[in-house]
Design a binder for this molecule. Structure first.
Ligand code: SF4
Length: 343
């Protein structure tokens, strides 16, 4: 159960990537991958960040760890601004914040055994005396559901699910407090996904870890999250606790994403909210509400006024003009039949 202390506070984070061109390679424009977002992550919780491909969710995770240098904003981890740390201090702080990627194999050196891989991570962060590390690595392998005798094997000798377990063991080898899982189960089969999610939940209970879980699959997010941030085109569309978000979504984009999840029971009918067209380019995002080119409830003001993220209640924040004076009854709103607007 999460307590009420934010372990991480992200404030006005921007991540703009310059586009260079011309003979002199001057900056001609920016890809606004993350555009002024703020949120908290509480100790012991799982905060999921969801959205379509290109919404900025993975860039947010990488910016928090400064794997890409944020353009602007503050990232307060236990009150300390990560964005201002020197390289040496950042390296020390990274011990507390680890990341697991979708494809762990690409982050493993295929010539290193599991022992060498984990020992390297522990040596960089000065974890345990050298002669105590082998036993600790064997213990970690057992914690993640592998065998102690796997320690001298190479990554290619394992399946995809087992490799993800090794990636988790490597992340845990430096005793982190926060784990960022960046599409960590997306490439696994459904049954293996469930096993890895159960493992992450078990480790969270046992070690008191805090997770940021980045994913596009809302079915997976439903199983692991305490709260959910929905991102669209580099901005936050909605933040809510899991139950509220899945039972009473208030942003049209969240409603559209949820309405696309298949229901296994044919007797249950759900009003489908179609998402027309593609996500606009983050180089030239639409004026006003970033979702207005695809929103089936668009109004004139949406084309010029950016809706702020406002509080509907303690558990739910929404960036939509429709919800500015209270919860929206979508069953009474008429869906507009529309084609995507050009920007
Ligand atoms: Fe749709 Fe307007 Fe709400 Fe944006 S502000 S989500 S365009 S209704």
């Amino acid at each position: 159960m999460a307590d009420a202390t934010p372990v991480l506070q992200v404030r006005n984070l921007k991540q703009y990537f310059p586009i260079r061109g011309g003979v002199l390679g001057r900056i001609q424009n920016y890809v606004k991958a993350v555009d002024d977002i703020s949120f908290d992550v509480y100790a012991g919780e799982t905060l999921s960040i969801v959205g379509e491909s290109g919404c900025g969710k993975s860039t947010t995770g990488r910016s928090i760890l400064r794997l890409v240098e944020p353009t602007e904003g503050r990232i307060l981890f236990e009150g300390q601004n990560i964005a201002e740390l020197s390289k040496a201090d950042l390296r020390r702080r990274r011990k507390d914040m680890q990341i697991i990627f979708q494809d762990p194999y690409s982050s493993f050196n295929p010539r290193q055994t599991i022992h060498q891989l984990l020992n390297e991570a522990m040596a960089i962060q000065n974890v345990l005396p050298k002669n105590a590390r082998r036993a600790r690595i064997q213990e970690l392998l057992e914690m993640v559901g592998l065998k102690a005798e796997h320690i001298d094997r190479y990554p290619h000798e394992f399946s995809g699910g087992q490799r993800q377990r090794i990636a988790i063991a490597r992340a845990l080898s430096v005793d982190p407090k926060l784990l960022i899982c960046d599409e960590a189960v997306s490439s696994l089969d459904v049954s293996v996904q469930a096993q890895v999610i159960n493992l992450l939940k078990k480790l969270q209970r046992e070690l008191g870890l805090t997770y940021i879980f980045i994913a596009h699959d809302l079915g997976v997010v439903r199983h692991i999250s305490d709260r959910v941030v929905v991102m669209y085109l580099g901005k936050i569309a909605e933040v809510a606790d899991k139950r509220t978000l899945f039972e009473r979504p208030q942003h049209p984009y969240t409603k559209a994403l949820l309405s696309a999840i298949p229901i296994p029971d044919p007797k249950i009918k759900r009003k489908r909210i179609p998402l027309v067209g593609d996500v606009p380019s983050p180089i030239n995002p639409p004026t006003g509400c970033p979702f207005h080119t695809r929103c089936p409830f668009v109004m004139d003001r949406c084309r010029s006024e950016l809706p702020p993220l406002h509080e509907l209640d303690r558990n739910q924040y929404v960036a939509c003009h429709l919800a500015e004076s209270g919860p929206v009854d979508y069953d009474r709103l008429k869906l507009k039949n529309r084609t995507p607007e050009a920007e």
